[in-house]
Design a protein around this ligand. Structure first.
Ligand code: CTP
Ligand code: MN
Ligand code: MN
Length: 572
């Protein structure tokens, strides 16, 4: 245990505990405020000082005993890390600190208060390492149903096409509606719908009676999801979906979140301001529209029309050609939904790299320039790389979906009309009415990704179910009319570029292949089963405080003790 720093103690005397004599100078206690009410914390600290203990108001190396209400060491360490950041103490390494200091539960502290002296520390007082899920036990429970009904979506095989689309469409519509609502629990409610949908997507048989879903993880306890499924089984559609999709609130939010660069909170603000149409937005004097939002309004219909595989292939060729000229030997891989076998997508995603570490640098800038020069780019939003030494460790917050830190660009591509003539011939209904995956808060491009509602409200995402049941809403022809863009030789399409160095390539590939739900479940699995942080940059073993490397996606699955899933099997 580190010897207390005398300077620190003096500091406490002056500031905090002048009125009480210090009886136990060798112990310096820090109480973690998480999960403790402010007023209770104050009392606890006062009590300690009054009994002659030293309580450090801040976290630093001199602290010998950390007291907390949190239930796992991991959690305590991550909170300590956060506290240090807020104290702007960048040198402090919470993991190393935790090896030296005692991490104790509040019960130790209260015993000390009762006995008015430091009580002996036993294992009962120490905060335990996180209880990990036991994989073998998990697999045993699952028995013959694997790999259909495993607990984590990344353990299952989830094909693109499955027989339960009418249910999953409805559930994902409700997921989106929950996100748009932005309430306290909206994220977790949205996730519950998505998890239920993911579970159904892995089922090879069609659900024909409510009991069919009882055995499924993720749905078992979810009465709301079961109600939706029963409703559809009974009537052929979900009244809840129908009700929400017809509500002015939803139609408005859909319309506005369909504007490229306009996220959920901006859309809600516009709604609150009484704006009801894109014309209202355009006419508003008070709004200070961003560059991307202006584009989003200008190309509203085109950017809300799904990109076809053929269009994506054309763009892939154009991009590959430029990259090859700029840096021979580079790789340009089309990732995202198209790699998972989708026929259409809300954008095209490219992962660019070079087998030689470092040679991936300075590709993006020249590439964008070259494409612009050829008249193929209309808008770019470039983000420089913020990768640093701790990215792998900090990059993944397993409880949330977090963006990676690669150099990247969200862009609007000018697709020549000659390259897209093919779309008129196809009659894939998915292209216009499919609900596009949920947006993420921080990504200005994907914020606008949802809601294919057109300016006059004729297309509403998630309505595919309704389309079939009441014959309303969209006809394919409407959309195609609008995408023709008279007077221009091109149409606008969204394209994402991301650049990854060779050393992190496999992780970037895994992350950018998706689906988002697959990533989310794999990260959750890594954390809960193996106590590891997985991100698009790497894999960090929190138990052993080290990062693990892999050169291929297969290698990552292996490190995670997971069966490999091909991209086409990751459509959860
Ligand atoms: N992704 C990411 N960081 C971002 C944006 C996306 O890591 N800033 C990942 C997502 O997790 C997803 C993949 O990149 O797995 C592609 O994202 P996106 O284009 O939004 O979704 P798709 O699955 O490609 O769906 P769509 O076909 O509709 O484009
Ligand atoms: Mn995509
Ligand atoms: Mn994308």
């Amino acid at each position: 245990m580190a010897a207390p720093d005398p300077k620190r103690r003096k500091h406490f005397h002056n500031k905090e505990s002048e009125e009480f004599p210090v009886k136990f100078p060798d112990i310096i206690i820090f109480i973690v405020n998480a999960r403790i009410q402010k007023i209770r914390l104050k009392k606890l600290r006062y009590l300690g000082r009054s009994k002659g203990f030293v309580l450090s108001p801040e976290l630093n190396e001199s602290v010998t005993h950390v007291v907390s209400e949190l239930s796992s060491r991991d959690h305590v360490i991550s909170v300590l890390q956060r506290i240090c950041r807020s104290q702007r103490n960048n040198e402090f390494n919470a993991f190393e600190f935790a090896q030296k200091a005692e991490l104790l539960s509040l019960s130790w502290y209260t015993s000390c208060m009762e006995e008015e002296k430091p009580v002996e520390i036993t294992d009962e007082h120490r905060i335990p390492a996180k209880k990990l899920l036991d994989l073998d036990a998990l697999e045993e429970q699952e028995g013959e149903d694997k790999p259909i009904n495993r607990r984590f979506a990344c353990q299952r095989i989830t094909p693109l096409n499955h027989p339960n689309k009418k249910f999953t469409d409805a559930l994902e519509f409700l997921e989106r509606a929950a996100e748009l609502r932005m309430g306290d629990n909206s994220r977790s409610r949205a996730l519950a719908f998505r998890k239920a949908s993911a579970a159904l997507k892995a089922l090879p048989e069609e659900v024909t009676k409510p009991e069919d879903v009882d055995k499924l993880y993720e749905i078992r306890g979810g009465n709301h999801c079961k109600r939706v499924i029963s409703d559809i089984l009974e009537k052929g559609y979900s009244s809840e979906v129908k009700g929400i999709s017809r509500s002015p609130w939803y139609q408005n939010m859909s319309l506005f979140t369909g504007v490229y660069g306009c996220g959920i909170s901006t859309s809600a603000k516009w709604c609150q301001m009484g704006l009801r149409s894109l014309d209202d937005v355009k006419a508003s004097y008070v709004l200070n529209l961003t560059r991307s939002q202006l584009k989003g309004i200008e190309f509203y219909d085109e950017l809300n029309t799904l990109v076809t595989k053929e269009e994506a292939a054309w763009i892939h060729d154009a991009v590959s050609r430029e990259v090859a000229a700029i840096r021979p030997g580079s790789t340009v891989v089309m990732t995202g939904g198209f790699l998972r076998g989708k026929e259409t997508g809300h954008d095209v995603d490219f992962l660019i790299s070079h087998p030689e570490e470092g040679k991936e640098k300075d590709i993006l800038g020249p590439l964008l320039q070259a494409l612009t020069k050829k008249g193929l780019l209309d808008y770019t939003d470039i983000q420089n790389s913020t990768v640093n030494n701790t990215t792998v460790q900090k990059g993944a917050d397993p409880s949330r979906y977090t963006l990676d830190r690669y150099e990247r660009c969200f862009s609007i591509f000018r697709l020549p009309k000659t390259a897209q003539s093919i779309r008129v011939e196809t009659s894939d209904p998915e292209r216009t009415v499919e609900q596009i995956p949920a947006a993420m808060d921080v990504d200005p491009a994907s914020e606008s990704s949802d809601a294919a509602a057109s300016a006059n409200g004729s297309v509403i995402p998630g309505l595919s179910l309704l389309d079939k049941t009441n014959g309303s809403a969209t006809s394919e022809g409407d959309i195609l009319q609008k995408t023709v863009a008279p007077g221009r030789s091109w149409v606008a399409r969204r394209v994402d570029f991301v650049i990854a160095p060779a050393s992190q390539y496999a992780f970037a590939q895994l992350g950018w292949t998706g689906s988002k739900m697959f990533n989310r479940s794999m990260r959750d699995y890594a954390n809960k089963v193996l106590n590891m942080n997985l991100s698009s940059h790497g894999l960090f073993d929190k138990t052993n405080n080290c990062s693990l490397t892999a050169n291929t996606e297969e290698g990552i699955f292996e490190l995670l003790k997971l069966e490999y899933r091909k991209p086409e099997e990751r459509n959860c």
